[in-house]
Each structure stands twice: as C-alpha cells, then as structure tokens.
Design a protein around this ligand. Sequence first.
Ligand code: DGI
Ligand code: FE
Ligand code: FE
Ligand code: FE
Length: 187
Amino acid sequence: MDHKQLIDAVKTQMPSKRWEHSLGVMEAAVALSRRFGGPEDKAYTAAILHDVVKYWPVNDQRDIIREYNLPADLLDYDKELWHAHAGAVVAQRDYGVDDENVLHAIRYHTTGRPGMTKLEKIICLADYIEPGRDFPGVHNIREIAEHSVEKALLKAFDGTILFLLEKGKKVYPLTILTRNSLIEELN
Ligand code: DGI
Ligand code: FE
Ligand code: FE
Ligand code: FE
C-alpha cells in the first residue's frame, strides 16, 4: 500500500480525535527525520500505523498477543501497552508492512527498548511531542528535541515514569531498561 491508501485504511480504525493525533505524529516524525537524518519515508509509514489497534476492543488486542506468542508478561501490565505490540502484528499482517525497522518502531513506540534505532527513537519521541499534545513539560521536551533526540526522549520517559508512580501504577520493566540505556548512550 502507498501512503495514501494506508491513510484511508487506518483512519477508519479509530475515532477522529485519535486520527488527529496520528496526523500530528506524522508531522512531528517527518520533521524529526529531516532534523536528525532519519529515514523519512519509514517514519511516515510508522507514524500512520503506530496506534492502528489502539481503539480495537482490548480482548482482540489480548488475542493477538496470545496467538502470535508476543511477550506474555505484557498481559500482567497496563492494557495501554498492548496496542503497540499488537499494532506491529496488524501492520505486517493486514497492511503488508515488512520492514523490520518500521515494525519495531510501532512495536516499541510506548516502552522504547535499549538500543533503539534512530527511526524507533523518532517515532517514540514524535508520539510524545506531536503538536496536539498538551501535558506539563511538553514544551520543554520540544525545545530539547530541537538539538537531541536522546535527551528529549530521556525527559519524556522520566515524565512517563513519574506519571505512573504518581498514579500508583506498575512500570513495565522494559520502560526502565530503556531509560537506563538512554542515560548510558548520553554518557
Ligand atoms: O498511544 P498513545 O496515547 O499515543 O501513547 P503511548 O502509546 O505512548 O501510550 C502511553 C500510555 O501508556 C501512557 O498513558 C502511559 C501508559 N503506560 C502504562 N504502563 C506503562 C506505560 N507507558 C510506558 N512507557 N511504560 C509503562 O510501563
Ligand atoms: Fe500508542
Ligand atoms: Fe508514547
Ligand atoms: Fe500515539
């Protein structure tokens, strides 16, 4: 599928508010790719698809995790984590994406992972700072993102982890490992 076909198809999978967020991620991801020399075309594709199953019934997301032998421990953590992994399966199976870098960018857009590629970092960060996002600290992260993807992502993960702590929620271990690895990369 080309981008236009992909957009028409993915748009039908979510409410219009969420689609606006996806448009914002496309814009931010392309801008970051230009700024930091990432693969623009892949960033565009990954951005379109990153939340493709976010509004599917959670039972369907859970079924995909089981059926495709995705990390079973995801099911012990927040449902919010499921759409990223399930989304990568759907991008490949239903939308014909076969680029492993793009699939990883979708799969790890919520938690990140140690050793992310530039594309993965860009999608993860674009998801945080797209123009429609409005949470405390986003302005500061956008400024940091003018010069460093890693520094901006580290701030973003700090914010997510603080948010989870404040809510008394569990933190998925990979999220902590991602933060640690960003600190190491910056040293
Ligand atoms: O799908 P989006 O809303 O665009 O953003 P996302 O895919 O980054 O989802 C982030 C949500 O996931 C956010 O509300 C926090 C929640 N979450 C729950 N547990 C974890 C977690 N996020 C991370 N990074 N790590 C967790 O352990
Ligand atoms: Fe998401
Ligand atoms: Fe995110
Ligand atoms: Fe998103």
